[in-house]
Write a protein that binds this ligand. Structure first.
Ligand code: SAH
Length: 223
């Protein structure tokens, strides 16, 4: 296996920085992150940092991917909407873990590249990650009504603070979970978890984070 030492180092780092299910760590270990970053950054693929993927966008930090995945509380066959396909890495992790993934990206080039990345990653690990992923191009700042409701929604770009009603509406009312970075400025946001049950919404503030902005109709605005 390529990057074996780097992968082991990263997993140790994750274990030291939080509590993760073995399945989540296994996904991070097995999905080849080097496939999702530009050629010149391959050697840095297992550093616990976000990296540029072109078009001014980034692949999230492995810790953040593991942390969001953990808090999604996914189960085999659960239907997940991801807003912000980016490199396709997070979608790959979810597919690996048995989710049915709907992923939407506003930049056509990134969506196409994500598909290519996932095809390569599938070849490396000998498991078809594309089988469980549907790709869409468009503005996901209002969610994606076409296939709602979703068991889970994960937003991998910064949304405006307290403006997440449209996403919540598209969540399943039976333990639906939304994970979203929300903020008022682009330096720092708060990662929030919403749990929807029988019309009741529980909100949990998880941690600070920093994402690129969600751009679109219901997207980022500076205060
Ligand atoms: N999940 C990605 C990282 C995403 S970076 C990964 O695993 O690599 C955030 C992505 O959100 C960028 O690709 C950006 O183009 C996209 N994005 C921003 N606003 C969006 C919107 N309104 N709808 C869909 N995608 C959006």
């Amino acid at each position: 296996m390529e990057f074996k030492e780097e992968k082991e180092f990263l997993i140790r780092e994750l274990k030291n920085s939080g509590t993760f299910d073995l399945k989540v760590l296994e996904a991070i270990y097995n999905i080849p992150r080097e496939v999702f970053v530009p050629e010149f950054l391959k050697d840095r693929a297992y550093e616990n940092v976000p990296l540029p993927i072109g078009e001014g966008q980034t692949i999230s930090q492995p810790f953040m991917v593991a942390y969001m995945t953990q808090h999604l509380e996914i189960f085999e066959g659960c239907k997940v909407l991801e807003i912000g396909t980016g490199s396709g890495y997070q979608a790959g992790i979810l597919s690996y873990l048995g989710c049915e993934v709907y992923t939407i990206e506003r930049i056509d080039y990134l969506s196409k590249k994500a598909k290519e990345n996932l095809k390569k990653a599938s070849e490396v690990i000998g498991k078809d990650l594309l089988k469980n992923i549907k790709f869409f191009i468009g503005d996901g700042s209002l969610g994606f009504k076409n296939y709602a409701p979703y068991d889970r929604i994960i937003i991998t770009a910064a949304a405006i603070y307290n403006k997440t009603q449209t996403f919540i509406e598209q969540l399943s009312d039976n333990n639906g979970i939304l994970i979203v970075p929300e903020g008022k400025n682009l330096e720092i946001q708060i990662l929030r978890k919403y749990i929807k049950n029988n019309g009741k919404i529980e909100v949990i503030d998880l941690d600070y984070c920093r994402f690129v902005p969600l751009i679109g109709e219901n997207g980022w605005q500076e205060d």
